[in-house]
Ligand binder design. Structure first.
Ligand SMILES: Nc1nc2c(ncn2[C@@H]2O[C@H](COP(=O)(O)OP(=O)(O)OP(=O)(O)O)[C@@H](O)[C@H]2O)c(=O)[nH]1
Ligand SMILES: [Mg+2]
Length: 538
């Protein structure tokens, strides 16, 4: 093995040393090599060829001389090799020295060009530059531009292509503290930077603050609630605001048979984007009417309790059902509005609602709407249909000739099939509920006493009214409003609809085409074809 070859492996030795010195080498020559040191390889090779040339010029023909000259040659060879090796070593040392000095110079230049280059600042710096690369403006934060503390970044085409996008971090998150040069936050915190792509979906992203243009309808959300419902209704409000109302800012009316407390008011008003109003229900509308036989009502509750009928023994539940059936739309606050959207505690909305549903109702001559329909629990309404028939007999003038009786009855109105729209969700017209037709209807039912002698729910009461008093085209099924109230889900049928509206419900949970739903029957009543894809959800 020739020493010169060993030395010629200088770059390997140097690179190994470089890697080992960094403390992360593997001991092989495969570690990263500084480019300058790689260039030393040809210099070693030239040293090797120089030593070979010197040896060749000293050869003679005499044997002794040959021996002498061989030994001389050997010595010379060795000297030449040593000289070549030394020359190579010196060169390498020079290169190392130059590289070392160059590294020191680069280090000092970069350190002095950015006095703010402390741990944690690099991220913020580059985020700022990224925003600048997109043509963004840091409102109220001119310091970084003025100081010229910019680290050059390579602008890629994607960044410069977005140059027209103006991104105001304050708009992205107005509550976010602004980064300042003198920030005293610990490094880990100061490292946090705004997402430069926030809001890049523009108008597609309904979670950004994009208030819908145009006038508003005379409409409000309405919720009947107890103070103890505050956290459950908060969840509902948050859903409604995120999916719809942050763009429309409709009012929200809260009604209660007791005074709302400060917690309820402050929490709910903090969550709503529109005006909040709190109304106490008059005793006349929340209590037993004088024509109710209290003993009879008590016996019914006892009996229902024994038969384990849900809410069967509850007085307040009955007041609630009666109030929702006949009075909420007559509350003094509600008298100011024409349209309502009823919201209950703990509901969910799974899709964006990108249009004004109240306006839709008005423009399409709709008076009542639903998202889920089902069969009522028979034990709670044994005589309801008798009462309805009494009303129809007494007030034929109120029965709409183009009604939706087919939705309610399979025998032309003789018997009730128990189908109803689930009234914990409703968007409807308050003037219709305040109309003589509806008031006559409610008064008949109320007089017959079934709210207390049975346990009539406001869902069948509203549904029957809508089906017999309205033109069937005035009842709307909101396929695109995805909704949950325990235990049922309405998830829009149609994959395109779900993706367009950014829905997060599982279509398998959709109740519509299930045997317990009456929605198919509604489609038949209206002679509408079922939505595309319904077969897959059965
Ligand atoms: N102020 C008040 N509101 C009530 C009372 N009982 C029920 N409510 C409200 O009336 C609405 C309907 O009551 P719920 O208990 O949800 O009745 P439900 O939907 O039939 O039954 P759940 O399956 O329990 O939801 C909700 O908005 C309740 O907050 C009451 O006694 N006082
Ligand atoms: Mg409920």
């Amino acid at each position: 093995m020739q020493p010169s070859l060993t030395k010629c492996s200088g770059p390997h030795w140097l690179s190994r040393s470089y890697v080992d010195n960094k403390g992360k080498g593997t001991g092989t020559s495969e570690g990263p090599r500084p480019p300058r040191l790689r260039k030393a390889a040809p210099a070693s090779a030239s040293a090797r060829s120089a030593s070979t040339t010197n040896a060749g010029t000293n050869a003679t023909t005499d044997a002794a001389d040959q021996r002498t000259s061989k030994s001389e040659e050997h010595v010379r060879h060795q000297q030449a090799a040593e000289a070549g090796t030394m020359a190579g070593s010196t060169r390498y040392l020079r290169y190392i020295l130059i590289a070392f000095v160059a590294l020191i110079v680069i280090f000092f230049i970069s350190a002095s060009s950015s006095s703010s280059r402390v741990p944690g600042r690099e991220h913020l710096q580059s985020a700022t530059d990224l925003l600048k690369g997109q043509g963004s403006l840091w409102k109220g934060s001119s310091s970084s531009a003025a100081s010229g503390n910019t680290v050059p970044i390579v602008e890629d085409k994607a960044a410069s292509g977005n140059a027209k996008t103006t991104l105001d971090p304050a708009a992205v998150n107005p509550a976010a503290p602004k980064h300042t040069e003198a920030s005293s936050s610990p490094p880990g915190h100061a490292d946090t930077s705004p997402n430069p792509y926030s809001g890049s979906l523009g108008s597609q992203n309904s979670l950004t603050s994009d208030k819908a243009p145009g006038p508003r309808m005379n409409a409000t959300f309405v919720t009947l609630a107890r103070n103890s419902d505050v956290w459950e209704i908060s969840r509902s409000i948050r859903q409604v605001e995120d999916r719809f109302n942050h763009r429309y800012n409709y009012d929200w009316v809260f009604l209660n048979d007791a005074e709302f407390d400060e917690t309820f008011k402050s929490v709910t008003s903090a969550l709503t984007s529109g005006r909040t109003r709190y109304g106490k229900i008059d005793n006349e509308h929340w209590g037993f009417p004088d024509f109710i036989d209290q003993d009879k009502a008590a016996k019914v509750r006892q009996d229902m309790h024994e038969r384990k009928i849900i809410y069967g023994d509850s007085i307040s539940y009955r007041h609630m059902c009666r109030y929702e059936s006949g009075f909420f739309f007559r509350h003094p606050i509600m008298l100011e509005y024409e349209w309502y959207w009823r919201v209950e505690p703990s509901i969910e909305l799974y899709c964006d609602i990108n249009y004004d549903t109240f306006q839709f109702m008005a423009e399409n001559n709709k008076k009542y709407s639903f998202v889920i329909s089902l069969y009522e629990y028979v034990e709670t309404i044994p005589t309801l249909w008798n009462s309805v028939k009494t009303f129809m007999r007494k007030h034929p003038e109120h029965i709409n000739p183009n009604n939706a009786m087919k939705f309610l009855s399979d025998d032309g109105g003789e018997t009730y099939n128990h189908c109803h729209f689930w009234s914990n969700f409703e968007i409807g017209n308050l003037n219709w509920l305040r109309s003589p037709a509806y008031i006559d209807y409610f008064n008949q039912l109320d007089r017959d006493g079934g709210f207390f002698y049975e346990r009539w729910g406001d869902a069948p009461v509203h549904s029957i009214a809508a089906a017999i008093l309205l033109d069937k085209t005035q009842i709307h099924f909101f396929n695109d409003i995805a909704y949950y109230h325990v235990p049922f889900t309405h998830c829009p049928t149609g994959e395109k609809t779900r993706l367009d509206l950014r829905c997060h419900c599982n279509p398998k949970d959709n109740f519509d085409w299930n045997g317990y739903s009456c929605t198919k029957r509604f489609f038949e009543t209206r002679r509408m074809s079922l939505p595309e894809g319904y077969e897959k959800e059965q």
